[in-house]
Design a protein around this ligand. Structure first.
Ligand code: PCA
Length: 155
């Protein structure tokens, strides 16, 4: 089992959430909501309006998201879906737990505690991306108006 922190389209209510709960892809279980211990630029970029957490700690804002525990099958599915290692790289990130789910009974998921999980971040980006607007809580349907192009909608 592996813990991943999702901050983009995989969060609850976002366009790719259902993929984590499609049994054909493996298993996922919600552990806790959390935010990054450090600041990172979270930008919406590319012609598909994809959210990217740029791996530049200390710039941007602390980013809110959700921690899930996934099995090896789901981890392989997500790595493939997120285009690891070209589009994103899966890196470890330090997190501050906000609230845990009913299942998150381990001590390390207590609110306020610092924990660690994998995140899909990137060091592969266009020179202007760091100066795009920085978000702290991605919402594909937010008033930024940058509509996310689902995988199926891309040409
Ligand atoms: N999917 C991953 C990375 C960005 C995205 O849209 C996530 O939600 O964390």
């Amino acid at each position: 089992m592996t813990r991943i922190f999702v901050y983009g389209t995989l969060k609850k209510g976002q366009p790719n959430y259902y993929r984590m709960f499609d049994g054909a892809n493996g298993k996922a279980q919600f552990l806790a909501s959390a935010l990054t211990a450090e600041r990172y630029p979270l930008v919406i970029a590319s012609k598909h309006n994809i959210p990217f957490l740029l791996n530049i700690p200390g710039q941007g804002r602390r980013v809110h998201g959700e921690i899930y525990e996934v099995d090896d099958e789901m981890l392989r599915f997500l790595d493939d879906f997120e285009g690891v290692p070209t589009l994103y790289q899966r890196t470890l990130v330090k997190l501050e737990v906000k609230a845990r789910g009913a299942e998150g009974e381990e001590k390390e998921e207590a609110p306020g505690s610092i924990t660690e999980a994998f995140v899909y971040s990137t060091t592969v980006y266009q020179p202007d991306w760091p100066s795009l607007p920085h978000y702290d809580n991605y919402d594909a349907y937010g008033d930024h108006g940058l509509e996310y192009a689902t995988r199926e909608a891309r040409d």
